[in-house]
Design a protein around this ligand. Structure first.
Ligand SMILES: [Zn+2]
Length: 469
């Protein structure tokens, strides 16, 4: 197909009056002028955003954990509520939640998601498929180690979002190989079983388009060095560029526990004990010192920042100003899905810096003075790196993951190319994205998805059931 754009953000900046040729999901030509027969984009075209961090099932309890208790509510009480919800979810629920969520993501401009997937086992903690006499699942499929992973692949396929599936290795409830709690039984795999799951997911991925697989060792508190080393070696044997994501340094307590156990801060321990490279993404590296910050940058690893979730959980603020000034690579994620909106993530990424430093327009550079454009482009590229996907910017040879802004909305704010993304990030009160293309296919047209009614009905029914029990 051919798509004409009056204004389009390409790799090197804005261009006007261009026609893209898109074949088999990839941009194969970009030519000046309107080519006859091209579809006309009804607003400016920008690259799709990559969501570097999602736990899909957590979408089901957004809003259920905001009840105060005299300032005593913390990340750890939030986690307790999460475990209560989790104890009820079937594989069909997991798919229905993820499908609703992924449609919401698409509408807000996320064209690919890295799913940090740790809900592996059945409600009682038993491994799906372990007992062959169990027969098939309620959805008619036969159970296997990858049953829950398949639910995520199916949700991505039915919604149309690109997927990077990251099966999570989770073994301990705390530093020093503490035994997992009952609430964690659905997450736990031996290293051998985990490596088998990863292999199964690589095979599964071949049956779905626009997907790939990496791994996510959950955190240093949940995985010990021997398991981490084995899991990394295994995934590297399957794909030496597979993404590896890990939660690190999210809470001060985690830093204190790590210091007590290893005598090192979490990121420092990781730098000293794992072969970090540009395919590693450090999620919530919130509490880092200068040496750790420079260490992440020296390894070209990515900082996966989730500003709204980190604010919601009271985690703290990542040193984004210093990290970006030293050419660190960032990506953004919606994590707990308290917000599913890259515009809000980027707005808060900048606002957190303004509030702490009492300055303005911080996350811009001398080459790119527009904060909005700088953040959108850097987060999209960092997100692409974090998923090892052929996305992140629009150029010949890149996957056609793109957004068309709604000119009826953008015309009400500063909308020349120099200011457009500043208006989008800082001044939008409504979703300014009209159409969303993933891998060359329109998934959202005029803010609508073909499956949205059925998906939201299924989700609302499920939510009513969960909250009633
Ligand atoms: Zn997370």
């Amino acid at each position: 197909m051919k798509l004409y754009a009056e204004n389009i953000l390409l790799k090197d900046g804005w261009a006007t009056d261009q026609t893209l040729t898109i074949e088999q999901g990839v941009i194969t030509a970009i030519e000046a002028g309107m080519i006859v027969g091209a579809e006309v984009a009804k607003g400016a075209v920008i690259p799709g955003m990559v969501n570097c961090h999602s736990h899909a099932f957590q979408r089901a309890f957004a809003g259920f954990s905001e009840q105060g208790s005299e300032g005593q509510d913390s990340f750890w009480t939030w986690r307790k509520i999460m475990y209560q919800f989790l104890a009820q979810l079937t594989e069909v629920d997991a798919k229905n939640i993820a499908k609703q969520l992924y449609i919401e993501m698409l509408k807000m401009g996320y064209t690919r998601v890295a799913e940090f997937h740790y809900l592996h086992h059945d409600i009682d903690g038993s491994t799906y498929g372990a007992n062959t006499s169990e027969g098939s699942l309620s959805n008619g499929k036969s159970a296997s180690l990858a049953t829950m992973a398949q639910a995520i692949f199916d949700a991505a396929k039915e919604s149309g979002i690109g997927l990077t599936l990251l099966p999570v290795l989770y073994q301990h409830s705390g530093f020093g190989e503490q035994a997992p709690s009952d609430g964690q039984k659905r997450f736990i795999n031996s290293t051998e079983q985990f490596n088998q799951l990863v292999s199964d997911c690589f095979i599964l991925s071949e049956q779905y388009s626009n997907t790939n697989v990496g791994i996510a060792p959950h955190s240093l508190r949940a995985v010990d060095k021997t398991s981490l080393t084995s899991a990394v070696a295994h995934v590297r044997s399957l794909d030496n560029q597979a993404p590896i994501h890990i939660h690190i340094s999210e809470q001060q307590k985690e830093v204190d526990d790590c210091l007590a156990h290893y005598g090192k801060r979490p990121v420092q321990w990781l730098l000293d004990n794992a072969e970090l490279d540009k395919h590693w993404c450090l999620i919530h590296a919130t509490h880092i010192d200068e040496a750790e910050r420079k260490g992440i940058i020296a390894k070209q690893a990515i900082a996966g920042i989730c500003p709204t979730t980190e604010a919601n959980l009271g985690d703290g603020i990542f040193p984004t100003t210093e990290f970006m000034a030293e050419n660190g690579t960032i990506a953004i994620g919606s994590d707990s899905h308290i917000s599913v909106n890259p515009i809000e993530e980027l707005r808060w990424l900048e606002y957190a810096q303004r509030l702490t430093k009492q300055q303005r327009a911080i996350l811009a550079t001398s080459e790119q003075v527009s904060v909005g454009q700088n953040l959108w482009q850097q987060a999209a590229r960092g997100g692409a790196q974090s998923t090892n996907s052929n996305t992140g910017y629009l150029a010949i040879g890149k996957q056609a993951d793109l957004l068309v802004l709604d000119s009826d909305k953008t015309k009400l704010f500063a909308n020349d190319n120099q200011h457009l993304l500043d208006s989008v990030i800082f001044a939008s009160q409504q979703n300014p994205i009209a159409d969303v293309m993933v891998n060359g296919q329109w998934q959202i047209k005029a803010q609508q998805h073909v499956d949205q009614v059925q998906a939201s009905d299924n989700f609302a029914t499920l939510l009513a059931r969960l909250s009633a029990s």
